[in-house]
Design a protein around this ligand. Structure first.
Ligand SMILES: [Cu+2]
Length: 179
């Protein structure tokens, strides 16, 4: 019974579809020693999530096109930030590209590309009950020059608190009966 209660609490407390803030480079921040190709691996960036760039005054942040990202060209930046503590909201699906415009920094690897996918909460609710996880465990290909966008999530659409709570209550009741 205690186990069931614990699971119930855990499930109810699990965030379902809330925005995530990613600190770019984690504790390293936005700097020349960061490896942002590695940093993005395994992360899913969803519309509504935010990127936090922490950097000192030797760096800036330019949002650029793919071409300018590839060529480290900061002359046509779509947006420029230099406040040292920049929060970028991922408001559209598709790729976004960031570079540091300080001379030599982008060429040295201070560049970030993310692919933003639609929030699963945008899909219409389904009537099928949530079943066991069917999330594929694919590993990203290494060495590819242009990786395709990740497949849309196939996780059950437990995308709002109502569904989540209902599912949790049913599971909790089942577990309580079994224990
Ligand atoms: Cu820099």
């Amino acid at each position: 019974m205690a186990l069931a209660a614990a699971l119930l609490v855990l499930l109810v407390a699990t965030p379902a579809a809330y925005a995530v803030q990613y600190t770019v480079g984690d504790s390293t921040g936005w700097t020349t020693t960061g490896d942002y190709t590695t940093w993005v691996q395994g992360k899913t960036f969803t519309v509504g999530d935010t990127l936090l760039f922490n950097y000192d005054s030797s760096h800036s942040l330019d949002e650029v096109t793919q071409s300018d990202y590839d060529n480290c060209n900061s002359g046509n930046a779509l947006k420029t930030h230099s406040d040292g503590n920049t929060v970028i909201t991922l408001s559209n699906t598709g790729p976004m590209y960031f570079i540091c415009p300080t001379v030599g920094h982008c060429a040295g690897g201070m560049k970030l590309a993310v692919n933003v996918v639609a929030a699963s909460g945008n899909t219409p609710p389904t009537t099928s009950p949530p079943s066991g996880s069917t999330t594929p465990s694919g590993t990203p290909p290494s060495g590819s020059t242009s990786s395709p966008p990740p497949p849309p999530s196939v996780a059950p659409s437990i995308t709002n608190n109502g569904l989540m709570l209902g599912f949790s209550l049913v599971l909790g009741a089942v577990l309580a009966i079994m224990s």
